[in-house]
Structures are given as C-alpha cells and as structure tokens.
Design a protein around this ligand. Structure first.
Ligand SMILES: Cc1ncc(COP(=O)(O)O)c(C=O)c1O
Length: 457
C-alpha cells in the first residue's frame, strides 16, 4: 500500500472512506476487505432503518434490560450452551433455572422434575409435543396397537409453532374453533375431537391473538369426564409462552399449572415475560418419568451424566446466565412488581381505548398485559384498522392489525403487547397519537386497503 492510500484510510472522514462512498456488496462476497469500522457503520446504519424495538407493540419479546444484564451478556456472548463439559457452571445455572420454574409452577416434587432451556417457546413446544407423541407411541406399541395416526387437540388460535410441530413430526392437528361464544378453547365439545389416537391436548396461557388465558382447569375437567365415560387418559401440555411468567405473580390464585394432575409439561419464553433478551425458552415436565428415555441423549460432564433433549445443538449460553441474573435480581417480589406495573399500563390503555367511540374491546388485559380491539359498527366509516396501523407507523408505533383465526376471519382486530420498559408516559403518547390518527381518518374518511405491520409470533 502506498503512503497516499494509507493516508486516505487514516484521514478520510468516516463517510467518505472507500466502502462507504459507494454501495456495499450485498449478494456476493466482496473482493476486498473493508475497515472494521466502515463495515460496522454500513451494517449499523442499515439496521437503523428498522422499527424501534421499544415502541414495537407487536412483539412479545423483551426489548429492555438493565445495564448490568447487558454487561453480563457481553461478558458471555462467546459461550456455547451445548459445551457442557467446557462450561459446566453455565450448565449448572441452566439447571437452577428450570428447577426454579418447576417450583414456581408447583411441580409436586421439583427435585423429581426435569427440564431444559431452548431457543424459545417454539423449540420448547416441539419438545413437549415430541414427549407426548413418544409416550403415546410406546404405550400403543407395547399393547400391539397401531401408531400410525397420532393427533393433537388445540384451539384454532394456537401459535404457528404447534402447526409446525404437527407438520414436521407427522401429527394430525385437530383444531377446536374459537367463536364469539367461546372466545377461547375451554373444553366445550372436546368429546368430539379426542379418540384413542390423541397424544395430548394443548392449553394456551396467553393466546397469541388476544392474550386471553385458556381455562386449563376446565379443559382438564372435560378430560376427566371423557376418561370416566370412554376410558381415554389424555394429558395436557400448557403452552405458557407468555402467561407462565405472568400468572404466578399477577394471578397466583389461578390454578393452571402442575397443581392440575393432568398437566404433564409446561413451556415458557424466557425472552417474553421472563424478561430476557431473545432467544431463550424453557420446558419443564412435572416428573422425569414423563420424558421418555428414548428421547434423551446423555452427555457426560463433571464425572456425572447430563441428559440433554434439544433440537438445536450449538446456541448462545449468555441468555441462560441472563435468566439466572433476572431470577436473582427480581425474586418473587420483583417479578410481581414488574409484571403488575406492566399489566397496569396495559389495562389503563385498554380502558382509554374502550372510551373511544370507534372501538370495541375484544378483551381488556385482565390476563396478560396484552389486549385487542375491533372497530365498532358504523356503516359510514370508510377506513379500517389496517389504515390506522399504517398511520401509527408513521410516528414509529408498531401496532398490528390482523384477522382472527378460521371461522372468525371476518373479525379484524388490532393488538398491543405491553412489556417491561413501556411506561405510563409512553402509553399516554401512544393514546394521543391513536386519537389524532382516528380524527384524521374520520375527517378524510378514505379507503386504502393497505397492508400493515406483520402479525407477530
Ligand atoms: C402462545 C405462544 N406459543 C408459542 C410461541 C412461540 O414462542 P417463541 O417466539 O419464543 O418461539 C408464542 C410466541 O408469541 C406464543 O404466543
């Protein structure tokens, strides 16, 4: 390199350096190297054009953590969670975490429970579903019965991960439709859906579309009746992606977890109301015997044997440490305070939105800090919630509008997910903007039929 070229790297102002003054290579690997700082700015600046996570009310995933957590994160982003031999303390901390959850969810004897971290609830649900399927297969095979047609019962409003599970692992999904009378799957008509090939029933604590809880106890009661009439003993997996970290703190009296004997496994997303940055999830079985041995791989470390059950192999270990940090930092009292404050903001917003004549609430954040609303009847109105979503996006708010699931697809709702870090002040700002945009739409009263912020998770 000549002295002159060297100078041009050294003294050129940042945005006039080679690599920044022209377009960066995108779809092929560039021939030349680039200064680290230049490359940093190119990537940083493109990502800067994304929405602002803190006012992304579409996602359930944590968008704020304390600086001390961020320090721990950067201390440990080089640790691979699967290297249990090399990082036995991260492995131990993983065990502390699922044991904490087994206890929080009232496993009869947490020391006999078993659990694991995952990349999120999707992987956790796959593992829960696989355990249900394998137990059913082993039971049927031992009795010399056919195992070719497993089915799983769930609401039509399940998160897509359950449809993936059924698709990827050859299980027939049987959807119980929700309706205006049965806004959530509540065990009604369950008898029609189950048979000897049913591997289990999924109950959702915090339905993605609306945030409403499915009444696990009622679903279990319906299964008790089915067992006494037809002899089918069908177990429940609770998908507590969001609610399993809300209910223990905000509705401690609600019985939805391992206190119900039919509940064999529960998952949650550490990165949702577990208050951790993405991606971490958890799944816990009420006792180790419910997780078929044939699914477990043994990894030896510290002279012992470490059972692992996962779909991914390598993945970040940092989030496991962050989860333990959060458990230590908040404790029961702190989680209760944070979740209560978050739900207070959501309920306040729901009450204020309900006062606006254009809207009718679908639900009011009485379960998790999530609620949805629809447009009230008004034949004169020429705009939709998609238009409102677009207009809110102009000021940065990401508030999705989308149709409800099958049988209710004519109902379009708009939803907000309130998370730790979304203050009462921000809620007031959002409210002000919603009112302003509704006024605008009513004044201009136009149709655009545009699409909107994607429906998340
Ligand atoms: C009920 C439910 N289950 C599963 C998931 C998937 O969770 P994750 O995004 O952690 O994979 C979600 C995500 O929103 C959810 O709401």
């Amino acid at each position: 390199m000549t002295e002159n070229q060297n100078d041009s790297f050294a003294i050129n102002p940042l945005f006039a350096r080679p690599g920044e003054a022209k377009n960066a290579p995108k779809y092929v690997l560039g021939e030349q190297e680039m200064l680290a700082e230049t490359a940093y700015h190119i990537v940083h600046d493109e990502a800067m054009l994304d929405g602002n996570p803190r006012i992304n009310l579409a996602t359930f995933v944590s968008t704020w953590m304390d600086e001390r957590a961020e320090r721990l994160y950067s201390d440990s982003f080089d640790k691979n969670a699967i290297d249990k031999d090399e990082y036995p303390h991260t492995a131990k901390i993983e065990n502390y975490c699922w044991r904490v959850l087994a206890d929080l969810w009232h496993a009869p004897n947490p020391a006999n429970a078993i659990g694991t971290s995952t990349t999120g609830s999707s992987e956790a649900c796959m593992l829960g579903g696989l355990a249900l399927k394998r137990r059913w297969q082993e039971r049927r095979s031992a009795a010399g019965l056919d195992t070719s047609k497993p089915n799983l019962i769930m609401s039509s409003a399940v998160q897509v991960c359950w449809e993936k599970f059924c698709n990827y692992f050859d299980v027939e999904p049987r959807f119980v439709p929700i309706s205006k009378e049965h806004k959530v799957f509540d065990g009604y008509d369950l008898d029609k859906y189950v048979d000897e090939n049913t591997i289990g029933v999924v109950a959702i604590m915090g339905v993605t579309y609306t945030g409403m809880y499915e009444p696990v106890q009622e679903i279990s009661n319906a299964l008790d009746r089915i067992q006494s009439q037809r002899g089918l003993d069908i177990k429940i997996h609770v998908d507590g992606a969001s609610g399993a970290m809300i209910a223990p703190f905000v509705q401690p009296e609600l019985v939805w977890d391992f206190r119900i004997p039919r509940v064999v496994s529960i998952n949650t997303s550490g990165h949702k109301y577990g208050l951790i940055y993405p991606g971490i999830g958890w799944v816990v079985w009420r006792e180790a015997s419910l997780l078929p041995e044939s699914l477990i791989f043994k990894v030896s470390y510290l002279g012992g044997e470490m059972p692992t059950f996962a779909i991914n192999f390598s993945r970040p270990g940092a989030q496991i440490l962050l989860q333990y940090w959060a458990f230590l930092r908040y404790g029961r009292k702190g989680y209760t305070a944070v979740q209560t404050e978050t739900i207070n903001v959501a309920r306040y917003l729901a009450r204020e939105i309900a006062k606006l004549p254009d809207f009718t609430l679908w639900n009011d954040a009485s379960d998790i800090p999530v609620f949805a609303w629809l447009l009230s009847e008004n034949p004169e109105r020429r705009w939709t919630l998609y238009d409102l979503s677009d207009r809110l996006r102009m000021s940065g708010w990401l508030v999705p509008a989308y149709p409800m699931p099958v049988d209710l697809t004519d109902v379009i709702v708009q939803r907000v997910v309130i998370k730790n870090g979304f203050s009462m002040d921000l809620a007031d700002d959002l409210l002000e903007d919603i009112k302003k945009q509704v006024d605008y739409l009513n004044t201009h009263n136009h149709v655009t039929n545009s699409s909107t912020v994607g429906f998340h998770h």
